[in-house]
Write a protein that binds this ligand. Structure first.
Ligand SMILES: Cc1cc2nc3c(=O)[nH]c(=O)nc-3n(C[C@H](O)[C@H](O)[C@H](O)COP(=O)(O)OP(=O)(O)OC[C@H]3O[C@@H](n4cnc5c(N)ncnc54)[C@H](O)[C@@H]3O)c2cc1C
Length: 855
């Protein structure tokens, strides 16, 4: 009985700790009264009284007696931290301080305030933005023929370049006062997403000038003179920009770039002026080969002290017209055959006046901060839009294909194995779109959240990789055989580009997300580090006390919510989604406890424990995505039909969060703290096991037929209605398949089965004559057969024409960077694609198969 009373007391204390924000003085008073009562009624007796009261006194002395605590506890802890802190370069400091924190900080701190999430305005389009999407963006998509771009021209056609430039696609982020479109981040994202669903090359071409390009940097740091000169020209497409940061020796570690600028005097427009003599060697620069304006990052030095005492001035950014003497530009790489313009460039002793530095002389040395701050904005828009566009196209096309394509007399989408892949395609696309929308909403609200943008870059490109892989599997050979009819293979081929650029994914996950998040989102860590560095023990002591309180409350919350979250964890919604909000509240507290444990136990070593920090990143990333889909569901008006998508994506995300936290505990180098943490965080073990098969079946079902959920899921991508278009024909065939299935089911019930010996047409005529179907039904079955053949047909080429003959630029020999690569071959003659009418295809299908085998 006494034990029960003690368990009850501990439970009440844990709940109070979890749910209240009382300070330690209130707690000390409350515990003293409680212990007094327990002693008086005899629940505490013998040695127990002494031990419990001694423990209480010890805690009270530490908390209340500052003259003891400060020198004996806070001071040594502070000194140990100061010693363990790795030295921080200005570059690292700039990266850490760049941008703002937003919703991810709520999740990081262990007590998400759901009203903050609900208060984020749902992203909307202005009339102008909607008109642009329905007008020029739609027209551009209609003009794009990805096969022609990637395999015949190795470039966008001239009329597409002209259309992009003259319709302001390069000026989406430029204010109207400078002649741009001044679009919101949401509109910008919608445009990129739409184009990406048609052609990756075109999407990348539009993305670059609007993300980390000269316009973005000019807007934030340019002088008024630079803005008025360049922004209108960029908006009108009179200048094609690129930005060159990385090179052969500095890729992921871009801040170590070896490209130099030496302060000197030189001749400019007939006068001797102060400037830089710049030397560089860059590669992989998107739009570089066709750029007229080169944004360049180099390391500035002033060895002759022409500017002052300091010799090493730091990374500096300039805008250089590409016609400037000394620049070698124009050769091309071949990035996964995507055919967007990308190549190396270099400069030898190129003189640039101070006026060409972005922001002028005042911004010398601020280049890294500029890039990191602005990179976070573009990173949150472009690649997430491209990834979601890929996911939406895959959802639209794969569902339709899986209903139209039959094997073993059934649509392949009805097989459980295919259903699994379809469910992942639909569920992950829903998750991606939620993350995309919440992120652009934050950007439109003026936030510059560097941790969030790194997370959406990583988790959306990785989700796209999974979705496209699944879509390829479902399409089988139809996705593999390249040609004008293949709408998927191009995206599959160029996946690694999205994975690698704007922060390569392995590095982004294992180094950046948690590393930056820990410092930016933690309520005390950054201040504690600053106080430790300055040796300010008074400040450190206050912070430490608050930090301990924060950790204890998070521990109590994680424990209480793990046991009784269903009743005690907060949720802003009461419907089907409430359990997900509650689970997120629990995992947020558990994450905060584990993060504090890792900081305390591992300290500076954590930076090298990339496997652990990668798992922390997963937990934080999926908490963000899960809350983003909940927000999206609420913004959409909680449509009941979307519940399978919501349930699938939330259960998937919660499973990934739990798996990541469990992984941290399993692999934590010190076992005792890990074991204690497991008792607090997982007292009842793990419970989120991912979406069930039944749920997967429901999600797959949404992709296999036209419906409102599918429309909402795939909204915003280019889905032409032309039955002769490779994508357009899918919807047409899907609708016919659904109608045909009704007739076919009736025939099956009547025992009427196709006669394998007879051509399909003849068989239909025969059963019509026998009265099993009417003329309209025969036409329907015929139409479906033709439409299905159009959908499943792949391209073939005349034997003499090899796809490998398509023009490609060859890489220069490794040891001779100055030597020119062999000139790119002339575009190959248009491959003689055999275009057979669908009807003819149907009739000759068997014959073709035999021919192929013979070949
Ligand atoms: C198609 C394309 C377009 C591009 N466009 C531009 C552009 O317009 N402008 C521009 O300046 N650059 C551009 N880049 C360069 C791009 O930013 C770099 O490719 C990228 O930074 C990675 O550098 P890297 O390829 O040299 O790989 P590396 O830096 O060699 O990295 C190789 C691998 O090691 C991992 N890695 C490296 N360090 C760590 C670490 N500390 N912890 C964990 N993992 C690590 C990376 O994640 C990666 O997986 C482009 C690249 C490509 C391929």
């Amino acid at each position: 009985m006494q034990w029960l009373i003690w368990i009850g007391i501990v439970a009440v204390m844990a709940v109070l700790l979890a749910k209240t924000r009382w300070g330690y003085r209130v707690w000390l008073a409350g515990v003293a009264v409680a212990l007094g009562v327990l002693t008086a009624v005899g629940l505490l007796h013998g040695i127990g009284i002494v031990l419990v009261w001694l423990l209480y006194l010890l805690v009270a002395v530490v908390l209340l007696w500052t003259p003891f605590r400060r020198p004996w506890i806070s001071q040594p802890v502070m000194q140990a931290i100061a010693k363990a802190l790795p030295p921080m370069s200005d570059t690292e400091k700039a990266a850490i301080e760049a941008g703002t924190v937003g919703w991810e900080a709520e999740l990081f701190r262990g007590r998400p305030d759901w009203s903050r999430l609900s208060a984020v305005a749902a992203p909307t389009l202005s009339d102008d933005e909607q008109a642009f999407l329905d007008g020029p963006a739609e027209t551009l998509c209609r003009m794009l023929d990805d096969w022609d771009i990637t395999h015949e021209r190795n470039d966008l056609p001239p009329e597409v370049w002209d259309f992009i430039k003259s319709n302001g696609f390069f000026g989406m982020i430029i204010p109207k006062s400078y002649g741009g479109l001044e679009f919101s981040a949401y509109a910008h994202s919608q445009v990129v997403m739409k184009i990406a669903s048609r052609s990756v090359a075109a999407a990348v071409t539009v993305m670059v000038p609007n993300s980390l390009g000269p316009a973005e940097l000019l807007l934030a740091y340019g002088t008024e003179e630079q803005k008025s000169h360049y922004l209108p020209r960029l908006a009108r497409g009179e200048e094609v920009p690129c930005f060159a940061l990385t090179g052969p020796l500095a890729g992921s570690d871009a801040s170590s770039l070896p490209d130099t600028g030496i302060v000197c005097k030189g001749s400019f427009e007939g006068r001797q002026v102060l400037g830089f003599r710049v030397n560089w060697d860059k590669r992989y620069i998107t739009l570089g080969p066709v750029a007229t304006l080169l944004g360049l990052a180099f390391h500035a030095h002033d060895p002759d002290h022409l500017l002052g005492e300091v010799e090493d001035l730091g990374i500096t950014c300039a805008l250089i017209p590409t016609g400037t003497p000394g620049i070698d530009i124009g050769r091309r790489h071949n990035p996964s055959g995507a055919a967007f313009q990308n190549g190396p460039n270099s400069g030898r002793d190129v003189f640039i006046p101070m006026a060409w530095l972005i922001g002028g002389e005042a911004q010398i040395g601020n280049g890294w901060r500029m890039l990191v701050e602005r990179l976070s904005v573009g990173r949150g828009v472009s690649l997430p839009a491209l990834s979601t566009g890929g996911g939406k196209l895959a959802s639209f096309a794969t569902g339709a294909y899986a209903r139209v394509r039959r094997q073993f007399h059934l649509p392949i989408g009805r097989f459980e194995g295919v259903e699994e892949a379809l469910a992942r395609i639909g569920g992950l696309t829903y998750l991606m779109d939620g993350g995309r929308r919440l992120t652009v909403a934050a950007l439109d609200a003026g936030e510059r959240p560097s941790v969030i943008t790194a997370m959406v870059k990583y988790y959306l490109t990785e989700s796209m990789r999974q979705v496209i892989n699944d879509a390829m599997d479902v399409h089988g050979g139809r996705g593999i055989c390249m040609g004008p009819s293949n709408y998927l293979g191009g995206t599959y081929q160029t996946l690694p580009v999205a994975i690698t650029v704007e922060g390569a994914n392995i590095l982004t996950r294992t180094l950046m997300i948690f590393g930056q998040g820990a410092i930016r989102c933690h309520p005390y860590l950054l201040d504690e580090m600053a106080a430790a560095r300055q040796g300010d023990v008074v400040r450190f002591d206050t912070l430490l006390l608050d930090h301990v309180g924060h950790a204890v409350r998070n521990g109590a919350r994680a424990f209480v919510y793990a046991i009784a979250g269903r009743w005690l964890a907060p949720s802003p919604a009461s419907g089907a989604e409430a359990e997900y909000y509650r689970a997120l509240s629990r995992f947020s507290a558990a994450f905060a406890v584990l993060a504090d444990m890792a900081f305390l136990v591992l300290g500076g070593q954590l930076k090298r424990k990339e496997k652990l920090s990668g798992r922390f990143a997963d937990a934080l990333g999926y908490m963000y995505l899960c809350s983003a889909v909940l927000k999206r569901f609420a913004d959409d008006g909680r449509p009941k039909e979307d519940l399978p998508l919501l349930h699938w994506s939330c259960r998937y995300a919660l499973h990934r969060i739990e798996q990541a936290l469990d992984g941290v505990l399993r692999n934590f180098p010190l076992r005792l703290p890990a074991w204690l943490a497991r008792v607090v965080l997982f007292p009842l073990g793990r419970r989120w096991h991912g979406p069930s098969d039944r749920l997967g079946h429901q999600v797959a079902g949404l992709l296999l037929a036209p419906n409102d959920s599918r429309d909402r899921l795939t909204a915003g991508v280019f889905t032409p209605d032309d039955p002769d278009d490779p994508v357009g024909c899918l919807e047409h065939a899907l609708k016919l398949a659904i109608q045909a299935e009704v007739v076919e089911a009736r025939l099956r019930r009547e025992g009427i089965r196709p006669d394998a010996q007879m051509p399909h047409d003849d068989w239909l005529q025969a059963i019509e004559k026998e009265g099993h179907i009417v003329a309209d039904e025969r036409k329907l079955l015929n139409d479906f057969r033709e439409a299905a053949m159009r959908v499943i047909r792949v391209d073939d080429f005349a034997p003499a024409t090899s796809v490998a003959e398509a023009p490609v630029a060859k890489a220069p020999a490794a040891k001779a960077p100055a030597a020119k690569a062999p000139a790119a071959k002339k575009p190959a003659a248009k491959p003689a694609t055999k275009k057979t009418s669908a009807k003819e295809s149907a009739k000759t299908e068997t014959k073709r198969k035999q021919t192929t085998i013979r070949r």
